[in-house]
Design a protein around this ligand. Structure first.
Ligand SMILES: [Zn+2]
Length: 127
C-alpha cells in the first residue's frame, strides 16, 4: 500500500477548534472550555500521536457495555494518546508487545468506532 493511499484511507477523529482562541477539543463540542464562547468549528484531528500513558486490561471488563470478541478475551492496552494539537484522546492501543507502548511511542489512528483505536508502527508494518 502506498503512502498516498494510506493517507487517503486514514480514519480521522472529528474535534472542535475555537475560532476565538484556537483551543482544540475532543470530542466535538459547541462551547469552548478555555474562553467559554460558542464559536467552535468541527475539524479533523491529526491521526498520529504519542502514547502519553497506558495500562493493560488483563481481565474481561463487565459486559455490557464490553462486548468480548468472538475468539475470546485477550489482554489489551488502553491509554491516552497526545496529538500534535496538544490534546489527549483516550483509546485502545494495539501493539506487538506492551513494551512497545513505553517511552511516548509513536502511534497511528486505525479506527474511530466504537472507540478510538491507535496502533504502533511495528504492528502496522506486519499487516
Ligand atoms: Zn475559545
Amino acid at each position: 500500500m502506498s503512502t498516498t493511499k494510506q493517507a487517503m484511507d486514514a480514519p480521522r477523529l472529528p474535534g472542535s477548534r475555537c475560532d476565538h482562541c484556537g483551543n482544540v477539543a475532543f470530542p466535538v463540542t459547541d462551547g469552548c472550555q478555555r474562553c467559554g464562547r460558542q464559536e467552535m468549528r468541527t475539524v479533523e484531528l491529526s491521526h498520529h500521536g504519542s502514547v502519553w500513558g497506558f495500562t493493560v486490561q488483563r481481565f474481561a471488563p463487565k459486559s455490557p457495555p464490553y462486548v468480548p470478541p468472538a475468539e475470546g478475551f485477550t489482554p489489551f492496552a488502553v491509554g491516552y494518546v497526545e496529538l500534535v494539537e496538544g490534546i489527549k484522546v483516550e483509546a485502545v492501543l494495539d501493539c506487538v508487545d506492551f513494551k512497545d507502548l513505553e517511552d511516548h511511542a509513536s502511534v497511528t489512528l486505525t479506527a474511530t468506532e466504537p472507540v478510538p483505536r491507535f496502533a504502533t508502527s511495528n504492528l502496522l508494518e506486519r499487516a
